[in-house]
Design a protein around this ligand. Structure first.
Ligand code: PGA
Length: 262
């Protein structure tokens, strides 16, 4: 059984003071939810403050990006060495990094390797845009992104990863994919590609999230699907009430989905 994982990607939101207030508002309730791994991904500036606030809880911390080098003349960049003092997770290859900051498949692969080298678990984002989706290229695009991101890894490393399938047309639009549609891409394309490259046992071990307009209303539809192991939540993770609700419903509906299938 894969432990479901719900991660909140705050993107470029929240000052340190605002981050502290948000975590204080959700910390107790979030911590009490069992059966799901809970991860907060605030901006770099708030990582240390949030790490301190969740130190005695089950809540984990993630960064939203990093450089692949340990250190050096890379003005403005943050390295895995710096993150590993604070975080367990790091989001890599988010579509906004690819779209606005020139992130390439090759860069994603380097970052994934660097994260693993330092004991950080990457949450690797893949997903097609609207034009690609409408042109019937979803499978080819997603499969190529998975292949590129995982190039040169071992099966043992792959087992520990998290991949987030985030169709770009569903991000921030209020129009999520359907549960069955996301389940098909996650199972056949993402897990299928991993299986063909690293074997079925690696494919069955790694966790694959859905992301894109996840809300308290839509989370159950995703979590009851057999291939979906959690969610990467953007907008709704900025509300304590919504993020707690999503996490709680995720834990309940994962159990219910498993029960329904037996
Ligand atoms: P959204 O963002 O939940 O606001 O659609 C998801 C993401 O970009 O990770």
């Amino acid at each position: 059984m894969r432990t479901p994982i719900i991660a909140g990607n705050w993107k470029m939101h929240k000052t340190i003071a605002e981050a502290i207030a948000l975590v204080r508002e959700m910390r107790r309730e979030l911590n009490e939810i069992e059966g799901v791994e809970k991860v907060l991904c605030p901006p770099f500036t708030a990582l240390a403050a949030v790490a301190e606030l969740i130190r005695t809880t089950q809540i984990k911390l993630g960064a939203q990006d990093m450089h692949w080098e340990d250190q050096g003349a890379f003005t403005g960049a943050i390295s895995p060495l710096m993150l590993k003092e604070l975080c367990q997770y790091v989001i890599i290859g988010h579509s906004e990094r690819r779209q606005y900051f020139g992130e390439t498949d090759e860069g994603v692969n380097r970052k994934v390797k660097a994260a693993l080298k330092h004991g950080l678990t990457p949450i690797i984002c893949v997903g097609e845009n609207l034009a690609q989706n409408e042109a019937g290229q979803t499978e080819a695009i997603v499969s190529a992104q998975v292949r590129a991101a995982l190039q040169g890894l071992t099966a043992a490393q792959v087992k520990s990863l998290v991949i987030a399938y985030e169709p770009i047309w569903a991000i921030g639009t209020g129009k999520p994919a359907t549960g069955s549609g996301a389940n098909a891409i996650i199972g056949q394309v993402v897990r299928g590609t991993v299986s063909s490259l690293f074997g079925e046992s690696a494919a069955q071990a790694l966790r694959i999230q859905y992301g894109g307009s996840v809300s308290p209303e839509s989370i159950a539809e995703f979590m009851t699907q057999p291939e979906i192991d959690g969610a990467l939540v953007g907008g709704a993770s900025l509300s304590a009430a919504k993020f707690v609700a999503i996490t709680r419903i995720a834990a309940q509906s994962k159990q219910q989905g498993a029960k329904n299938r037996t």
